[in-house]
Design a protein. Sequence first.
Length: 287
Amino acid sequence: MVASDLDRTLIYSSAALALGMPDAQAPRLLSVEVHESKPLSYMTEDAASLLEQLGSEAVFVPTTTRTRKQYQRIQLPGTAPAYAICANGGHILVDGVADRDWHESVVRRLADECAPLGEIRAYFTATTDLSWVRKHRVAEDLFAYLVVERERMPEEWLKRFGEWADDRGWAVSLQGRKVYAVPKPLTKSAAMREVARRCGADLVLAAGDSLLDADLLTAADRAWRPGHGELADTAWTAPHLDVLAERGVAAGEEILRRFRAAVADHRATVIPSQPLDATPAALPDPA
């Protein structure tokens, strides 16, 4: 099974492409997301071909912090994935439909272990101002984030907020122009383990670039991160992690090559008792 982050891992906005070569040598790009009638995210045409092939070789599971609505406007090449993980693990989509039992189990755990979302929103309102905050956002009633002018944001505010949130069971991370506040139990890795269990996967591969991907990469059997992003900026590593030199959209293409090579190596060394089944099945009652 392959569980991969999307934004700045496999797909890229125009600002994140990092096309450092002469224009005439730039790769051909495929638009994979349109928002408000404008193309928003891209991958190289070669990456699109690699992803399409990967989808026939392994169970590919998009694993994103995006909300369901944001994810569903992405049109990835190849057959639509049978599973997807959205809202940082808050939703598992099965053939595009959120599994209610999984989501309700997540909500119960957050209520038991974390301060309510309303406290986080109240802190945002009381301690920020419009000189550096552009938007307040709530995602799926699970977590919150700010869109900020990073150069104007007081560094001491982020430190104080992180300490305050930590005491209440929430984690804070700054990623690009967004400050995320996410309940600690809300993780991509928990949802990834559930999908892997259902698929009967005996090998899990993962990739990601941000601090919210660290738990996903840690939980995988093998993992990759690109040469850009918050994990690169902090030199984050793990024993089973490969760090790529490539940055931008070229990194997305290389990650897909590494996924396919790892799947081929695994197939060459393991004789499966039965084929890996990506057909969605009902989640068990979490209770």
